[in-house]
Design a protein around this ligand. Structure first.
Ligand code: HEM
Length: 183
C-alpha cells in the first residue's frame, strides 16, 4: 500500500471517529427557520425561545433553553407563580419527560394529576445536546376544567418561562422570564 493511500485511509477513519463523537447541533438560526417553516411563531425571550402554533383544536408549543437541564413554560399566573398552568420537562436518557403542573402557591407548583386534575399534554417531543434543550408538546385550546387556560386564537396571555441549572426539577430556576403574547 503506498503512502498516499495510507494518508487517505487515516483521514477517512479520523474524520469518522470525530463525527461519531459529535452530538447533533441545534443551530439556533436553523431551529428558528425550521419552526417557521412548520407554522410556528418564534418568540425570543433573552436566551430562551418560545414557539407556538394553533392547529386544529390544539396549541403546539416548543421551548428551548441553552442548557442540559429542566425547562418550563407557565400560562397565566394569578400571583407570582400561583395559578399558572405549567408544562415542565427534561430529556432523560434521550427521551422527553414532560409533565403538566399547576401553581399551587406563589413560589411553587405541583403535578396537576396530584392536585386532582388531568395532564392534557400530547405530541411530546424533545432534544438535548451541548447547545441546549428543546421540549415540545400540544395542549387543547379550549379545555373544560379549572386547571387549564383557554388558549384561543386572538386571546392575550401572560406567559412565564424558566430553566434550572440542571435536571433537578425540584430546584429553583437559574433564569425566569415573564412575557405577554397574543395568540
Ligand atoms: C421547584 C420549582 C420552583 C421553585 C422552587 C421556584 C421558586 C421561586 C421563587 C422563590 C421565586 C421568587 C424569587 C424570584 O423572583 O426569583 C420565584 C419567582 C418566579 N418564578 Fe419560580 N420557582 C420554581 C419553578 C418555576 C417555573 C417552572 C417557572 C416558569 C415556568 C417559574 C417562574 C417564575 C417567575 C416568572 C417568577 C417571578 C414572579 C413574579 O415576580 O411575578 N418558576 N420562583
Amino acid at each position: 500500500m503506498n503512502r498516499f493511500l495510507l494518508v487517505i485511509l487515516f483521514l477517512f477513519f479520523a474524520l469518522g471517529a470525530f463525527a461519531m463523537g459529535q452530538k447533533a447541533v441545534v443551530n439556533l438560526d436553523e431551529y428558528l427557520l425550521s419552526n417557521t417553516k412548520s407554522g410556528y411563531t418564534n418568540v425570543m425571550v433573552e436566551d430562551m425561545v418560545f414557539s407556538w402554533k394553533l392547529q386544529g383544536q390544539d396549541i403546539f408549543v416548543k421551548i428551548f433553553a441553552p442548557l442540559e437541564g429542566w425547562l418550563a413554560i407557565g400560562f397565566d399566573p394569578a400571583e407570582k407563580m400561583k395559578g399558572a398552568d405549567y408544562i415542565i420537562g427534561i430529556i432523560s436518557n434521550g427521551a422527553p419527560m414532560i409533565n403538566e403542573h399547576y401553581g399551587d402557591n406563589p413560589y411553587g407548583h405541583k403535578s396537576i394529576v396530584l392536585l386532582g386534575g388531568k395532564d392534557l399534554t400530547g405530541n411530546k417531543e424533545g432534544l438535548e445536546n451541548k447547545d441546549g434543550t428543546m421540549i415540545g408538546f400540544s395542549i387543547p385550546q379550549d379545555p373544560q376544567d379549572n386547571f387549564h387556560k383557554k388558549l384561543l386564537p386572538g386571546s392575550t396571555h401572560k406567559v412565564i418561562l424558566a430553566y434550572g441549572a440542571d435536571k433537578n426539577m425540584k430546584a429553583r430556576h437559574a433564569k425566569r422570564y415573564i412575557i405577554e403574547i397574543k395568540l
